[in-house]
Design a binder for this molecule. Structure first.
Ligand code: UDP
Ligand code: MG
Length: 334
């Protein structure tokens, strides 16, 4: 049944904190954000159903259409009319992977919630092992990608460098190969939804929360169809946003860079005075211009870092919703 009146902001979902949608008869929710993934919807659902059907628990699959411009929503609506476990949530526009995932998490009703990508790089079959670990008592079951063959060298190197820098700056330890393929208990979800970060970085937030967790390695497959939605610019934005929301160290590093460059400039002044006292004029203006440009460069970098933090405060004050749901679909159970 299509419901076009739903208008759910992140704020509302957070306000609903203690009254999150729950249904005692749903044990497991699987949440998948999708952006222009029309040809992945059906194969994903086939694999998910194969796995979930054999687990012997009640489940739901929540597919979030993050403002796709292809037929993704059409595919979701189609599938939800024939598969009772499938629910579709359509966002009014593209809000980005993390916010689309948040929209799905906010409407999950299960006791345990799995989040995963929709391009089959996260193998649905692993959910069985994740659930087994959850039933041993872990509140978070993380996964770690082992992907020498299927993921490009560039992606591997950029991802591991990012996690090293992130861990250093934020003091939140994160392993290379981490992603949003994970299972979490409802009690953990409650905290995720209550966090008001402007640029939420869900995998970092989970680490930061510090619930008991275990990590399962897996081999990432190739994308089943379509192209990655993370180009270089988006990756940089994502990395920058995540670091800024978890760490203020860049501001402090700015102070150290400022101190270092001022010390160098001070040494240069002593050198100039020494040369002058010995009757030697300082040769050329190039060195002067060089030093000035260098110092100005540093100054602008530091100003930029301050600006980045300031923009977060601005966005936080605006407090706009992180996502807006346009409509949702699910098959009515008689
Ligand atoms: N995605 C999304 N909104 C976006 C970008 C991506 O919902 O703005 C979804 C995408 O459809 C996929 C998941 O997030 O299900 C991961 O994206 P992708 O596979 O492009 O990332 P990669 O695996 O290349 O890091
Ligand atoms: Mg992918």
């Amino acid at each position: 049944m299509e419901n076009t009146t739903a208008f759910l902001s992140s704020e509302q979902s957070v306000d609903e904190g203690s009254a999150l949608p729950t249904s005692s008869d749903i044990y497991l929710s699987v949440v998948v954000p999708l952006y222009n993934e029309e040809s992945n919807v059906q194969p994903l659902l086939v694999q998910l159903e194969n796995t979930l059907h054999n687990l012997g628990v009640s489940y739901e699959i929540i597919l979030v259409d993050d403002g796709s411009r292809d037929r993704t929503w059409h595919m979701i609506s189609d599938c939800s009319s024939s598969m009772p476990a499938v629910r579709g949530v359509k966002l009014v526009r593209n809000f980005g992977h993390q916010h689309a995932l948040l929209a799905g998490l906010a409407s999950a009703r299960g006791q345990a919630i799995v989040s995963m990508d929709g391009d089959l790089q996260h193998p649905p079959a692993l959910i069985q092992e994740m659930l087994a670990q959850y039933q041993k008592g872990y509140l978070v079951v993380n996964t770690c990608r082992h992907d020498r063959e299927t993921v490009s060298a560039f992606k591997r190197i950029s991802s591991s460098s990012f996690y090293k820098v992130f861990s250093f700056l934020s003091d939140v330890p994160m392993e290379a190969g981490a992603s949003d393929f994970r299972l979490m208990d409802r009690s953990v979800l409650k905290h995720i939804l209550a966090i008001q970060d402007v640029d939420i970085f869900i995998r970092g937030t989970i680490e930061w929360l510090g619930f008991s967790c275990v990590t399962i390695p897996y081999n990432a497959g190739k994308r089943f169809s379509g192209k990655t939605k993370y180009n270089l610019l988006k990756m940089f934005r994502f990395a920058g946003g995540s670091i800024i929301s978890f760490s203020t160290k860049p501001l402090i590093i700015g102070v150290w860079i400022g101190l270092l460059t001022s010390s160098l400039a001070f040494l240069e002044i002593i050198y100039i005075l020494f040369q002058y006292a010995n009757g030697r004029t300082v040769p050329g203006w190039a060195s002067t211009v060089g030093v000035i440009s260098f110092l100005f460069g540093i100054l602008f970098v530091i100003l930029g870092i301050i600006g980045a933090y300031l923009s977060r405060i601005h966005l936080a004050l605006q407090n706009r919703p992180k996502f807006i749901v346009e409509s949702s679909v699910e098959r009515k159970t008689e």
